[in-house]
Design a protein around this ligand. Structure first.
Ligand SMILES: C[S@@+](CC[C@H](N)C(=O)[O-])C[C@H]1O[C@@H](n2cnc3c(N)ncnc32)[C@H](O)[C@@H]1O
Length: 197
């Protein structure tokens, strides 16, 4: 054992107060950027309580939420009852190849056990021309550094990447970055596309 605490166990404990603790609205410029017609099949990996993705709940018959924490997912079930809820991990997605038009990972990638494995899974389940929308903290910013230090103290085993490192990892997995920008002093959005496969 390396002393790492299994992250989703912490989220099970945090779930009753998570939405009070973690504030933040969906980034307003994100929705137009997604170019949604209403016919897309959408997945959020590490959806937690559904805090952010609930702004897409009008598309809920084709909205899939995956999280390894039963307690977080139970909250999402109440908040977005008509979505499809799955208990599971990014590293082993329970869908066939080319199933989704959009895949989100909002504040979750740094918790995955194996980021490259998870991103290869994202590539696999995305349709050709589908998009992956990643929202993460930059550990080189003041607030990102603070979050990383807090999660280290909690021994959560989180692994944070700068925008440049993310571009590099995504290129290895076959996803091509089309946009990358900050939405505040520490949080950045990366939009990447699957061009072949
Ligand atoms: C900080 S929360 C973010 C929840 C939600 N996306 C939001 O923005 O409020 C991170 C979530 O990632 C989940 N998670 C942890 N390890 C994971 C893994 N290997 N695969 C997918 N999700 C994971 C946790 O259970 C937790 O619900």
């Amino acid at each position: 054992m390396d002393g790492k605490i299994i992250p989703h166990r912490i989220f099970d404990l945090l779930s009753p107060i998570y939405d009070l603790l973690i504030r933040g609205e969906p980034p307003t410029d994100l929705i137009p950027l997604l170019d949604l017609t209403g016919d897309e099949v959408i997945l959020e990996i590490g959806a937690g309580t559904g805090r952010i993705i609930q702004s897409l709940s009008h598309l809920c018959s084709d909205l899939f939420l995956l999280d390894p924490s039963p307690a977080m997912l139970a909250k999402a079930r109440v908040k977005i009852p008509c979505a499809n809820h799955y208990l599971g991990y990014a590293e082993s997605l329970p869908w066939q190849k080319a199933f989704f038009d959009r895949v989100f990972a909002i504040d979750s990638l740094h918790h995955w056990n194996n980021q490259v494995k998870g991103l290869i899974e994202v590539y696999r389940v995305l349709k050709n021309q589908g998009s992956f929308i990643l929202i993460e903290f930059d550990p080189n910013t003041r607030f990102g550094h603070y979050i990383r230090s807090m999660e280290r103290l909690l021994r959560m085993g989180s692994k944070f990447y700068s925008p440049r490192e993310i571009r590099k990892i995504l290129s290895v997995t076959g996803l091509t970055v089309s946009k990358q920008y900050y939405i505040d002093g520490a949080t950045y959005v990366t939009v990447a596309r699957k061009a072949f496969g």
